[in-house]
Design a protein around this ligand. Structure first.
Ligand SMILES: Nc1ncnc2c1ncn2[C@@H]1O[C@H](COP(=O)(O)OP(=O)(O)OP(=O)(O)O)[C@@H](O)[C@H]1O
Ligand SMILES: [Mg+2]
Length: 325
């Protein structure tokens, strides 16, 4: 498939191969692994875009829901639950309890695992199925264990199970992985150039690329709003964790330039992990914030079927900035 992603030929070819295998009736599982902003979600979008003929179910790990058993699995399986009745009774009952469709004692994890396995296999009989789990570092443990079990047990079913994680939990360690690395050479230069309004001196450009280690989000976000003198100083950020916090800092700088009501809207949105537009609207009504302030958030927040931040680090920046108030 054509892609606007730079420098990801190898990764895209691997994902093409995965989709091809699933189309041919084989199961595949994969963890895309790499630091914040390196381009994992972008690759998942490529994957989904390259498989319009496959069924797709998705889940996103949510940091504030890590303590809620099966929260992420519920997201993933919700569109499939109409097939529950086809499952053997013990699996069906276990699934009904964990998804809150009936009450009862916490079921045996094994039955839940088998239930999910049966459910995806059943659905995949009609059409090959991709299960896509982003931000898997924030999966609740019960979901992570169940999905790892499913990844292990899938055999000749047309099911692809693809995770993206900054640092995968130990549950996913046996799943084949692909480390996503920074962009290099012309790709990094081109991406940085696309984010700059003024031409950059070649040496400064190379320093920035070296210091961001080709992290796409850093290349796109960090130079924004910096003067050429500041840029000439380089960023000086050796550690991956520092890189994330520098990206957050650049979002905080952008927040500071926004009008007060736009900042308050961002904070309200950051407090809702699900991104439910109705919820945001109600909260805004109560607080007397116009929802139209979304247009003044400088693109940090978008409203579609869901409320989405430009990037998870934009959301954490909003939190951090509010903490200091
Ligand atoms: N290869 C690429 N070419 C061009 N742009 C890219 C590429 N990879 C990522 N980007 C852009 O960089 C930004 C960060 O990428 P992305 O959100 O996929 O990172 P991530 O690895 O999912 O980070 P996180 O762990 O924080 O979720 C996005 O705006 C994305 O569109
Ligand atoms: Mg991501």
């Amino acid at each position: 498939m054509q892609t606007s992603l730079r420098g990801r030929e190898r990764e895209c070819a691997l994902l093409d191969g995965l989709v091809g295998a699933v189309r041919d009736g084989q199961s595949r599982s994969l963890v895309l692994r790499g630091e914040a902003g390196i381009g994992k979600t972008a690759l998942l979008e490529y994957l989904i875009g390259s498989a319009p003929d496959l069924g797709v179910v998705r889940a996103v790990g949510v940091e504030s829901e890590m303590e809620l058993a099966y929260a992420s699995l519920q997201q993933l399986c919700a569109p499939l639950l109409d097939r529950l009745e086809r499952l053997p009774a013990p699996q069906r009952q276990a699934m009904e309890i964990v998804f809150g469709l009936s009450s009862g004692a916490a079921p045996d994890r094994f039955f839940v695992g088998l239930g999910v396995l049966s459910l995806v296999s059943e659905v995949a009989e009609e059409r090959p199925l991709l299960c896509v789990v982003d931000d898997a570092q924030w999966l609740d443990r019960a979901s992570a264990l169940t999905l790892a079990f499913v990844a292990r047990r899938l055999l000749a079913e047309p099911v692809g199970l693809v995770f993206a994680a900054r640092e995968p939990g130990e549950e996913l360690l046996h799943v084949p992985d692909l480390e996503v690395l920074g962009l290099v050479n012309g790709d990094a230069r081109a991406l940085l150039g696309s984010a700059m309004h003024v031409p950059l001196d070649g040496r400064i450009r190379d320093t920035i690329i070296a210091e961001t280690r080709g992290n796409p989000l850093a290349l796109l976000e960090l130079p924004r709003g910096l003067t050429s003198t500041q840029l000439a100083g380089g960023f000086g950020m050796p550690e991956a964790s520092t890189l994330s916090s520098r990206i957050e800092e650049s979002y905080v700088r952008r927040l500071e330039t926004l009008p007060e009501h736009a900042r308050r809207l961002l904070l309200v949105a950051a407090a809702d992990p699900v991104g439910d537009p109705l919820l945001l609207q109600r909260a805004c009504e109560r607080l007397g914030i116009a929802l139209s302030a979304i247009d003044e958030t400088g693109g940090l927040l978008a409203l579609d079927v869901r409320v989405t931040f430009r990037h998870p680090l934009a959301r954490s920046a909003v939190y951090r900035a509010a903490g200091g108030q």
